[in-house]
Design a protein around this ligand. Structure first.
Ligand code: HMG
Ligand code: MG
Length: 296
């Protein structure tokens, strides 16, 4: 049976904006985040502490963390020790580390093999957990890699298992290039639920082939009640060629509400949050619910 309540982890300010061509001013990002909070978002990836040479859009990470209103769980992405140290100095409390199942993707994304990344992260994550911080592990290319094609689910499960053995609080398992179909999503998330009954498990779908919302339904049926989504459907990883944004928060929230599943999010306020960033992003926002909202 389907859950009565779903948690949306908003990733718009991070995944949504990291790939944006235009420079989005810091005060606009802060106002976007505040509007999302007002709409009822309780968990959010607000920025990432990555190299400004690799991802210029996230260079204001320190200003975001220090100036944002502290509400709910605010996650920051950190690829390495330097990122974690900078994030801690800003006052970040909740951390997201990220690793690709695919070596080629991991190399392109963080300039290390998957094993090198895991070796570097093990003590860092151990220390964060020991200090009482919340840690989520983002598993990229869990289904397909832009360079290597289809991934083996046994490899994805093995990587998740290693993170779980370190004691991470959450696994966010990602279809980085939006290629998984509902059947594959159902199967992988059923296996994840079975294998890791205690860890929070979250599904992260990019919507490149417009299967995102179908994948969410399939994943709900597999017993998952946490989803990473992006307001306005913004986003994409700069190091995953051809990948577009995450499945849109407003379209997912609408579907869930129509099905009688609670999210604690007010759809109209959420659409007002999208309105804040729309003038600053280079792609038209063409999500179902946003277009309907603008046509009224
Ligand atoms: P590198 O060039 O190998 O790093 O990059 P390095 O250690 O040799 O350092 C090079 C320079 O970067 C040095 O500065 C370091 O101090 C600096 P310089 O001496 O040249 O002036 N540096 C940093 N600065 C700020 N923050 C840091 C940091 N680390 C080093 N944390 C590195 C390695 C990991 C830094 C780089 O590859 C990087 O920043 N990658 C980030 C890529 C990224 O942000 N990708 C998108 C997020 S993941 C994603 O979107 C997927 C997800 O949504 C799930 C899914 O959909 O799959 C989560
Ligand atoms: Mg992503």
């Amino acid at each position: 049976s389907l859950p009565n309540k779903v948690t949306i982890i908003e990733v718009g300010p991070r995944d949504g904006l990291q790939n944006e061509k235009n420079e989005v001013p810091t005060d606009i990002k802060l106002s976007f985040i505040e509007k999302l909070q007002q709409a009822g978002i309780e968990e959010m990836e607000i920025t990432s502490f990555v190299s400004p040479k690799w991802v210029p859009q996230m260079k204001d990470a320190n200003d975001i963390v220090t100036q944002v209103k502290k509400m709910g769980r605010q996650l920051v992405l950190t690829p390495n020790n330097k990122g974690v140290e900078l994030a801690k100095q800003s006052g970040a409390q909740s951390f997201a580390v990220f690793v690709g199942v695919s070596n080629s993707f991991n190399k392109n994304n963080i300039n290390k093999t998957t094993k090198e990344s895991m070796d570097e992260l093990r003590p860092i994550v151990g220390k964060l957990l020991q200090d009482g911080h919340f840690v989520r592990a983002c598993i990229s290319t869990a289904f397909y890699c832009p360079y290597e094609g289809k991934m083996k689910s046994s490899d994805t499960l093995a990587l998740c298992k290693e993170f779980v053995s370190w004691g991470v609080n959450e696994l966010s398992v990602a279809d980085t290039i939006g290629m998984a179909n509902p059947q594959e999503s159902y199967e992988l998330f059923t296996a994840l639920k079975k294998e890791f009954p205690v860890t929070l498990i979250t599904a992260h779908f990019h919507d490149t082939r417009k299967m995102g919302i179908a994948n969410i339904l399939a994943t709900l049926q597999a017993g998952i009640n946490r989803f990473d989504t992006s307001a306005g459907g913004l986003g994409g990883c700069p190091f995953a060629p051809g990948a577009t944004g995450n499945v849109a928060t407003e379209d997912v929230v609408n579907m869930l509400h129509q099905m009688g599943i609670r999210t604690n999010i007010d759809l109209n306020s959420l659409l007002k949050a999208v309105e804040v960033v729309e003038p600053y992003v280079s792609r038209p926002i063409d999500t179902g619910m946003y277009k309907l909202f603008k046509s009224k």
